[in-house]
Design a protein around this ligand. Structure first.
Ligand SMILES: [Zn+2]
Length: 225
């Protein structure tokens, strides 16, 4: 995408580590689930009006380090992409928010293979040992996902849909410019997850990303010049 250069205000996340609940392999992108029954972990500012509650985070990755991200910036594909999914409590519940144009806000962070892997990714990668096969779920307590943010808060934003069904046009994307680094070994660990359950032969959970959709006249704005 070629974003229009225009200044936007800063976004802020205020996450309660006590809201983290479980980590889960549902045969699709593995996810960490948070308590969203009240405003305990919220995202504000930037292109958003009001506070959005954190519901879950998940990762998309590829079958090699050369691809895996769902967004492509100026032709660059990253090894993985982390999505933090928030919803607007004014719509009552997540299902209701999915039907509203201002229902959901997703922070997207690129993962790039490099020499200085972000130590904060360790926790998720360690817990992966406990959810090797589809249907496995493990406790994932006391975790503040803001430790995964890169140093820079620069972002692109546009209005769009989920990359997986039901694809309602309900998402305000906040896509961070600066990637975080992971090692090639850490990527291999993600690929060691199986999309089959424990009674079936293992089948690597890879390429759980979808190719970028055409922007179709959507306006992409940047928070930086
Ligand atoms: Zn996603």
């Amino acid at each position: 995408m070629t974003p229009a250069r225009r200044t936007l205000s800063a976004w802020h996340a205020s996450y309660d580590p006590g809201a983290a609940k479980t980590i889960l392999n549902n045969g699709r992108p593995c996810r960490v689930v948070f308590d969203d029954t009240f405003d305990r972990s919220v995202l504000r500012g930037g292109p958003l009006t009001g506070a959005y509650r954190l519901r879950q985070l998940h990762l998309h990755w590829g079958s090699s380090d050369l691809h895996g991200s769902e967004h492509v910036i100026d032709g660059v594909k990253y090894a993985a992409e982390l999505h933090m999914v928030h919803w607007n409590p004014k719509h009552g519940n997540f299902a209701g928010a999915l039907k509203q144009p201002d229902g959901v806000a997703v922070v997207g962070i690129f993962l790039k293979v490099g020499n200085t892997p972000k130590p904060e990714m360790k926790r998720i990668l360690e817990e992966i040992e406990n959810i090797k096969t589809k249907g496995k779920e493990a406790p994932f307590l006391h975790f503040d996902p803001s430790i995964l943010f890169p140093k820079s808060r620069d972002y692109w934003t546009y209005h769009g849909s989920f990359t997986t069904p039901p694809c309602e046009e309900c998402i305000t994307w906040i896509l961070l410019r600066e990637p975080i680094e992971v090692s090639s070994d850490q990527m291999a660990k993600l690929r060691s997850l199986s999309k089959n359950d424990e009674n079936e032969p293992p089948s690597p959970l890879v390429d759980n990303w979808r190719p970028p959709q055409p922007l179709k006249g959507r306006i992409v704005r940047a928070s930086f010049k």
